[in-house]
Write a protein that binds this ligand. Structure first.
Ligand SMILES: C[S@@+](CC[C@H](N)C(=O)[O-])C[C@H]1O[C@@H](n2cnc3c(N)ncnc32)[C@H](O)[C@@H]1O
Length: 437
């Protein structure tokens, strides 16, 4: 069947939407992927992720190959050039095919007159490839981040900062969460081995498996039947720490797309879980995930800052607050975050997190547990947030996760481990006297 689309042009347009319109790959890719072949789906993802990981390197190469950057209506061709150079430099696509397809992309971008220019620039790149690549590779991990973000990371982590910046540019491992309502982890590891997909069990998380090599979910035994879910190891730590039990009232706040809602229910299938999120579209994803795993929860659209508007329950036994955050712990999975976030977002997000945790705290039963979590690595959203909360809430006791000096548990992204993540487990004291003990 003849293809009716040009994948390179799709990639160029997608990059333009991320970098010039501030849209995320998470929002853009699912819609696009339903219109292209399976093979091209993987390639589109590889092109967009790879280019956003190494954007400053590609920009510097283009600067050397062209006297003036393309602007205005011709700007999409700038991204097409990146797609061309990335293919020649970082993929195994035969150069003649990469070149021909990229040049053809000009037609779809309605810049037919630039076909010669694209062809010329890419051929010049081929001629100088070694030198240009060596120069680009001299940029260190710091330079592959916006400087405000690199500075924040290095200030917060004087010792580990460089390793974090390097980890952000790596390809992340693929972690699975075994649904133990169907199989033990050992049994599932055996099923994986039979299917030729080797993996290794996490040392402390009881349902987590890291695959030796990431694979398409369609290949995972029983994926459709809900035997397994793709979820990073650090994210799996949430339900373990929350430790929900059957018949308890649980609030999963900021729940979409439901990765943790379903984990809570796999561990305590008779818990009464209310999953709330402000984004009605993302809530649909919770419903799909619940259906695939054959689990049940009440799913409600609501603003975490105003629980009085939506809460069916006056007091919960446990609350998971997986707060909206900068997502600076998951850059290796979402490299567009580097270019979408702005320095000023951090204070704004910290303000939102504070409003939500303050608003929901009264909805926790005395003796109940609130787990505050983010996929951020920035102290403003994490330890500093919890320090301020503890100072203003004498009835809150920090447990299992750090101490008053260093509140919370901060995970950092690592090659064989989980993503950057933060948890703080708080217990509501039953009386002020207990709080003062
Ligand atoms: C980190 S994601 C949640 C991931 C989810 N807990 C999971 O495990 O799949 C943060 C969520 O917060 C939601 N959100 C942002 N602002 C909110 C608000 N004011 N009230 C409720 N939810 C909000 C976003 O729509 C987003 O789905």
């Amino acid at each position: 069947m003849k293809k009716t689309y040009n994948l390179r042009a799709i990639a160029a347009k997608t990059l333009a939407q991320v970098l010039e319109r501030g849209q995320s790959l998470n929002t853009l890719l699912p819609g696009l992927q339903s219109t292209i072949s399976d093979k091209d789906r993987a390639l589109l993802q590889e092109l967009c992720f790879g280019i956003l990981r190494t954007l400053p390197q590609l920009e510097s190469i283009i600067r050397q190959l062209m006297a003036k950057p393309l602007t205005g209506k011709q700007r999409p061709v700038h991204y097409l050039l990146m797609v061309g150079i990335y293919q020649l430099s970082a993929t195994r696509i035969p150069p003649h095919a990469a070149l021909a397809e990229t040049v053809e992309g000009c037609i779809v971008l309605k810049q037919q007159q630039l076909k010669g220019l694209v062809n010329g620039v890419l051929r010049q790149f081929q001629r100088q490839q070694q030198t240009l690549e060596a120069q680009a590779a001299a940029q260190d991990h710091y330079q592959l981040h916006p400087s405000w973000l690199a500075k924040r990371i290095l200030t917060a982590y004087p010792d580990e900062g460089s390793a974090i910046l390097a980890a952000n540019n790596e390809r992340p491992p693929m972690w699975l969460r075994v649904n133990k309502l169907h199989n033990s982890r050992d049994a599932y590891l055996a099923l994986l081995a039979e299917a030729g997909i080797p993996g290794i069990a996490h040392q402390t998380l009881s349902a987590a498996i890291r695959l030796d090599t990431p694979c398409n979910v369609g290949r995972l035994p029983g994926f459709r039947e809900g035997w397994v879910t793709v979820q990073d190891a650090s994210a799996q730590g949430c339900a373990d720490l929350l430790a929900a039990a059957d018949h308890e009232q649980i609030l999963d706040l900021c729940a979409a797309p439901g990765g943790k809602t379903t984990h809570i229910l796999e561990m305590a299938p008779a818990a009464r879980v209310t999953a709330v999120d402000i984004d009605s579209q993302r809530l649909e994803r919770i419903k799909e995930n619940l259906a695939r795993l054959r689990l049940e929860a009440a799913v409600i659209v609501g603003d975490g800052r105003r629980p009085e508007d939506w809460s069916p329950v006056a007091e919960y036994d446990r609350i998971l607050l997986d707060a909206p955050c900068s997502a600076t712990g998951v850059i290796r999975r979402h490299p567009d975050i580097k270019w979408l976030r702005r320095d000023a977002d951090i204070a704004e997000l910290a303000g939102l997190q504070k409003e939500i945790i303050n608003a929901v705290w009264p909805y926790l039963k005395p003796g109940g547990t609130l787990l505050y979590a983010t996929c951020s690595i920035l102290p403003e959203e994490n330890s500093e947030q919890i320090r301020a909360f503890l100072a203003s809430h004498p009835d809150a006791l920090l447990t299992q996760t750090g101490d008053i000096e260093h509140p919370g548990r901060q995970c950092l992204p690592s090659a064989e481990g989980g993503d950057g993540f933060f948890y703080a487990k708080l217990i509501k004291q039953t009386s002020v006297a207990q709080a003062q003990e």
